[in-house]
Write a protein that binds this ligand. Structure first.
Ligand code: SF4
Ligand code: SF4
Ligand code: SF4
Length: 179
């Protein structure tokens, strides 16, 4: 078994958007849509305000409402690493999954199916990192298996303070931000 996760160091991220461009190129994401994006959040109070820059995408949740609500089972959890994917040919474009996602991570592809980050499973199956991780000039993104205590992602989460997004939604997101 494996449980894939992404760990992103917000201290090292400079918001250059290379991850966004790499994803668009790698996955032929159509004009006007994105599978990943940059968010900036001001944290704290003056004079100790800190800017957190985050590269965001589908969180490949452990408890994914987008999978549970899909009437055709097009949205599913992949055998490898618990990655949440969509069978394009089974999707009827009903948008139930878009409505259920607290992270606004999905969109309807112009070809009619729900689309989003796949954790670049086509690369991961070949032993490569996701395109966004591979291209990051500050090496602030890490991809790996949380079921392996020796993996870099497991070690980073033990060593560094971190948070996930909207934990109160109960989706158990698998993207962690180091702070
Ligand atoms: Fe589903 Fe949204 Fe979680 Fe991705 S982030 S697995 S689309 S609920
Ligand atoms: Fe399932 Fe597609 Fe409807 Fe999403 S849009 S819930 S993937 S059928
Ligand atoms: Fe895009 Fe792949 Fe990164 Fe997901 S893992 S945001 S699909 S490049």
């Amino acid at each position: 078994m494996a449980r894939f996760a992404m760990v992103i160091d917000t201290v090292k991220c400079v918001g250059c958007m290379d991850c966004v461009v790499a994803c668009k190129t790698e996955n032929k994401v159509p004009e006007g849509f994105n599978r990943d994006w940059i968010t900036t959040d001001a944290k704290g109070k003056f004079p100790t305000v800190q800017m957190e820059i985050r590269s965001e995408r589908c969180n490949h949740c452990d408890n994914p409402p987008c999978v549970y609500c899909c009437p055709t089972k097009a949205s599913h959890v992949h055998d490898l690493g618990g990655v949440v994917l969509v069978h394009h040919h089974m999707c009827i474009g009903c948008k139930a999954c878009l409505a259920s996602c607290p992270y606004d991570a999905r969109f309807i592809h112009p070809d009619g199916y729900a689309d989003k980050c796949t954790f670049c499973i086509h690369r991961v199956e070949k032993g490569l990192d996701p395109a966004c991780v591979a291209v990051c000039p500050t090496h602030c993104m890490y991809f790996g298996d949380l079921d392996d205590v020796e993996s870099q992602v497991s070690k980073l989460l033990l060593e560094r303070k971190n948070h996930a997004l909207i934990p109160e939604a109960g989706t158990r997101p698998e993207i962690y931000y180091l702070i």
